[in-house]
Design a protein around this ligand. Structure first.
Ligand code: AKG
Ligand code: FE2
Length: 271
């Protein structure tokens, strides 16, 4: 998987542009993502595991299909699909452990992902940046989905914000280990028992960096709200329900354009 990712980004711009995304084909290659209206110093390739991925669009539903380079890197599609299948298994295992830790049935979360999960995998390439203090690979954000399982290489650059004092702390690369991020959806499902962490990616003047996050997301029609079993008179729901697909579609749109308004965030649904 790492090799395929390196081979893909090493191709000429024309090769990558053949699988470039646009507003009609939103998956594939692009180098113009924005986080909170600021352009990120990176190029990426996105693919989904369930095809087509369906998300709401202008009061209709849009089908999203993957785009694969036809010949090079060799077997890119097969390698990516196989990796995706393993990530899905791991993701469900992690969700089962989280359910148990909350005193819920082991498979409490599974139904939210059945019949068209909107999970996707992203290949990230952060080229060396001549002025690393003026740019970020990815601006500060929280992952909006359920869980993120991230593979990063040995270069380092991912930082998480420590809650006690607001310091940015480097997540040291650990060989052969994944980083698991709880996303906003688990924060809402657990009514704040779990919290999603703010993070960002620093760029490096000398070295390029590669990372591969798997974003585990429910089906587009999932209504995200604190789970009934976790609520009581003394622990009232901290969030109002929202439709994942609409949230996701709004977020994605803001990656294409510099919107004039702030990105949609879960605190907008706080009670
Ligand atoms: O590259 C990384 O280490 C993390 C990227 C990230 O946070 C994201 O794509 O949401
Ligand atoms: Fe992230």
């Amino acid at each position: 998987m790492e090799l395929v990712s390196k081979q893909f980004f090493a191709m000429h711009k024309e090769g990558k542009k053949k699988v470039a995304r646009d507003e009609v084909k939103p998956l594939g290659y692009y180098d113009t993502e924005h986080t909170k209206k600021v352009r990120d110093w990176k190029e990426v390739f996105d693919f989904t595991l369930q095809e087509p991925m369906i998300i709401p669009h202008d009061h209709e539903h849009r089908e999203m299909w993957n785009q694969w380079p036809p010949h090079n890197p060799p077997q890119m599609k097969e390698v990516c699909q196989q990796y995706g299948a393993e990530m899905e298994k791991l993701g469900h295992k992690l969700l089962e452990l989280i359910a148990l830790s909350l005193g819920l049935e082991r498979d409490r979360f599974r139904g939210f992902f059945e019949g068209g999960a909107t999970s996707f995998i992203r290949l990230n390439h952060y080229p060396p940046c001549p002025v690393p203090d003026l740019a970020l690979g990815v601006g500060r954000h929280k992952d909006a989905g359920a869980l993120t399982v991230l593979a990063q290489d040995e270069v380092g650059g991912l930082q998480v914000k420590r809650k006690s004092d607001g310091e940015w702390i480097l997540v040291h690369p650990t060989p052969n280990a994944y980083i698991v991020n709880v996303g906003d959806i688990i924060q809402v499902w657990s009514n704040d028992k779990y919290e999603s962490v703010e993070h960002r990616v620093k760029v490096n003047a000398e070295r390029e960096r590669f990372s591969i996050p798997y974003f585990m997301n429910p089906t587009h029609d999932t209504k995200v709200e604190p789970l009934d079993e976790l609520l009581s008179l003394r622990n009232a729901a901290k969030y109002r329900a929202y439709r994942w697909g609409e949230f996701f579609a709004t977020r994605r749109l803001s990656n294409f354009k510099k919107l004039e308004v702030e990105n949609v965030q879960i605190y907008h649904f706080k009670n």
